[in-house]
Design a protein around this ligand. Structure first.
Ligand SMILES: [Ca+2]
Length: 279
């Protein structure tokens, strides 16, 4: 976990905003092209375009903000999105060209936001969609791009998809996750959670086990299911059309597992997470 919360290194590559070219791929233009609401009216971030047409993040000065501990705008003891917006001038003056926001989505917080229960919502402790729009507007006015942490190796166990999936072996979303029968009383294989213990939890409702690379409250999605990929893609488009500039993909190496979920060879001296669920 500590790795995921480590701020990105700030070294000599932190160029000033003046070194980046403004480009035509402005969110407002994208919104219009997509037939969107056109709510975004800012001039767009200054992270320059790459030859392939996307953004060139390789020379951006990306600053990670763990929102709930960054700046608290209303005195309730929890940092929030308006707090980030209020600090944008300071961040821009530092030479920051992109903000990476740690998860802002609704979450039961079993893993401090890295267990998402709604991919198109905002955690009420952090603000609401209007606060996101304001942050995007003000960031882009200063030439700062905004990147969302995107946690899609797993959902929260409170996500409606998982609530349905665990209800029955024939549930609509059952195959969106990785349920398997056990080996007698043992889990389906020997994979270990990154947080220690088996990477499987037996679900008493159906007697099958579900895979979780992290906490039991974070069931892994089945990325081999095209419906999962489509649903996540739709959620990403929701944010892109709102003006978000990109995503930081959490736990990316874990996304796709061995197709047969085979038992792996134990690694001598391996600690939690070994052998892993990587396929
Ligand atoms: Ca607050």
């Amino acid at each position: 976990m500590a790795v995921r919360y480590t701020a990105p290194p700030r070294r000599g590559y932190c160029s000033t905003r003046r070194s980046y070219d403004h480009h035509d791929d402005r969110p407002a233009a994208r919104d219009r092209a997509a037939g969107g609401a056109g709510r975004v009216t800012h001039p767009g971030p200054a992270v320059r375009r790459a030859p392939h047409g996307g953004r060139d993040w390789s020379r951006a000065a990306i600053y990670q903000v763990y929102v709930r501990s960054f700046r608290d705008s209303d005195g309730d003891g929890v940092g929030d999105l308006p707090g980030v917006t209020a600090a944008l001038g300071y961040l821009a003056d530092l030479g920051v060209t992109a903000l990476w926001l740690s998860p802002i989505h609704p979450s039961p917080d079993a893993d401090v936001g890295y267990d998402v229960s709604d991919y198109t919502g905002v955690h009420p402790a952090l603000g609401d969609l209007a606060d996101v729009d304001e942050l995007l507007e003000q960031a882009h006015r200063r030439g700062v791009a905004v990147i969302l942490d995107w946690v899609v190796n797993h959902t929260s166990d409170r996500h409606p998809w998982f609530a349905d999936a665990r209800s029955s072996p024939s549930a609509r979303h059952r195959d969106w996750y990785l349920f398997r029968p056990g080996r007698g009383e043992e889990p389906p294989n020997n994979w270990r959670s990154m947080f220690g213990g088996p990477a499987w939890t037996r679900d008493e409702r159906t007697g099958e086990w579900y895979l979780h690379t992290f906490l039991p409250e974070q069931p892994d999605l089945n990325w081999r299911n095209p419906e999962v990929r489509a649903a996540i893609g739709n959620a990403m488009r929701f944010w892109l059309q709102r003006g978000v500039d990109g995503f930081r993909l959490d736990a990316l190496p874990m996304l796709v597992k061995d197709d047969r979920l085979r038992t792996t060879r134990p690694i001598p001296g391996g600690g939690p997470g070994s052998p892993t669920t990587g396929g």
